[in-house]
Design a protein around this ligand. Sequence first.
Ligand SMILES: [Zn+2]
Ligand SMILES: [Zn+2]
Length: 296
Amino acid sequence: MKSDTDDLPTLEKARALAARGALADPAAIDASVAAAQAIAREPVETRKLAGIVLHADVLRRESWEEEVELPPALFERYPTSTPDVPEHFRAEGYQLIDASRGAKHAKCKNCFLSPGTILCTRCFGQPTPDEGTCVYCNGAPVTCTMCDGSGETVRATLRHVNDRPVAVRRAFVPALPEAVAALVAAVVDASVTPPAAQQFALQANVVESAYRGASALRAPEYRGHQFGEALDAALAAERELDRYTDVVKREVRAYAWPILLLRFSEPDDRWIAVLDDADGTLRILGVDSREARRRT
Ligand SMILES: [Zn+2]
Ligand SMILES: [Zn+2]
C-alpha cells in the first residue's frame, strides 16, 4: 500500500539509499560512504521545502492587412471569419478576407483589350515565319495571371493572421544554505515535466478552513513542504507573462519539487539536501564537502 510519503523525499529513504548506494550506484549518490555515515545520525534540524517548476504556454496572435486584387475564384476560396483559437500551442498562419471592408468587382485592367488573355511577352502574339512557333506561348492565347482568365478582378482587404507560441520553462528554489544551494539548483530542472500529482495552484495565498465565519490566509505549500522564496519568484515570473500582447490563449502550470533539507552536527556541521532528480531518482546532495567547495 502506498503511504502518504511515497513520493516525498524522507530521511528514511535517504538512509536506505545511502546504505544501498555504498555498494550499488555511486553516480546516484555523491559520496556514498560519507553519506551513509552522515545520514545514519540524527539531524539537528529538518526543513521541508519545495522548489517550483513553472511551465507557461502563451499563444500570441498577430495580424496585419493588405489591399489586394484577386481573381474572383481565388477571392471566393478565402475564408472570411477569424480562425478559432486552436487546441495546441503551435505556430500557424492564416489568411482571410476582411468582409467588413467590402469587396469591389471590376474589369481586369491587365487584359482589358482581350478580356482573360494577354499578349505573349516573348513574341507579342506575332509569330515570325523564320523562328517558327513561339515556344513560350505555343501560338496560343496567354491566360492573364491577374484575373486568372476571368477578365475580372476583386479588390479586397486580405488579413494575415499569425499565431506564435511562447513557451516559458523556469525553475525556482527557496533560499538554501550555500553548501547545497548550487547543487540543488542544478537538479531542479525546468525542462522536464514533473509528475501531474505535483501540480498545484500558483497563488500568493490560500484560504485556511473557515471557522465560525472567520477565515485565515496562509502561503500555499505542497504536502507540508514550504515554497519559501520560490513562491514570490514564481508569481513574479507569472506576472511577467502579462507583457505579451495579443494573447489568445494562455496556460500556466506550476509543479512542486519537494526538497528535504537536513542539518547534521556530527561528524562535522553540514547541510544535506535530499530530493528527486529529473529522472525521479532520489539524490543526496551536500555529503561530499569537496563538491561544495569545488562549486564556490
Ligand atoms: Zn509567344
Ligand atoms: Zn486579366
